[in-house]
Design a protein. Structure first.
Length: 128
């Protein structure tokens, strides 16, 4: 049986927007709210180049990655065709206006995922 962790109120997430949830280990989880009051949770990492999905544009049950405009399904975390790949999805419950995430999933899923570092800062230098 899962333990559910209260994260926030639905109203804390803007309509057609998102909020990030920090975890003790691993990358943040992005909470999304669409214009039909749907609440969704995905790892805050696009499967293409690791873009921050929390900074994307929410439409219907999808989010557009801010880096390369890939469309990621909020219900399953998967890229829409012709693109391929998925990001981790997290279970969400809404009870009396409060948003809950599965505590076990938060502590165990996608801990190995890392954010991409773009540009020259992502390259390692060696001393001569």
């Amino acid at each position: 049986m899962s333990a559910w962790k209260k994260i926030c109120q639905v109203t804390d997430i803007p309509v057609l927007g998102s909020r990030r949830v920090s975890r003790a280990q691993g990358m943040d989880v992005a909470l999304f709210r669409n214009n039909e009051e749907g609440i969704f949770a995905l790892l805050d990492r696009c499967p293409h180049r690791g873009g921050p999905l929390s900074q994307g544009i929410v439409f219907g049950t999808s989010v557009a990655c801010p880096l390369h405009n890939w469309t990621i399904g909020l219900t399953d975390g998967c890229a829409k065709s012709p693109d391929e790949g998925c990001t981790q999805k997290f279970s969400v419950r809404v009870i009396e206006g409060a948003v809950y995430l599965d505590a076990t999933e938060l502590a165990t899923l996608a801990l190995e995922a890392r954010a991409e570092v773009a540009g020259p800062a992502g390259k390692k230098l060696t001393s001569a």
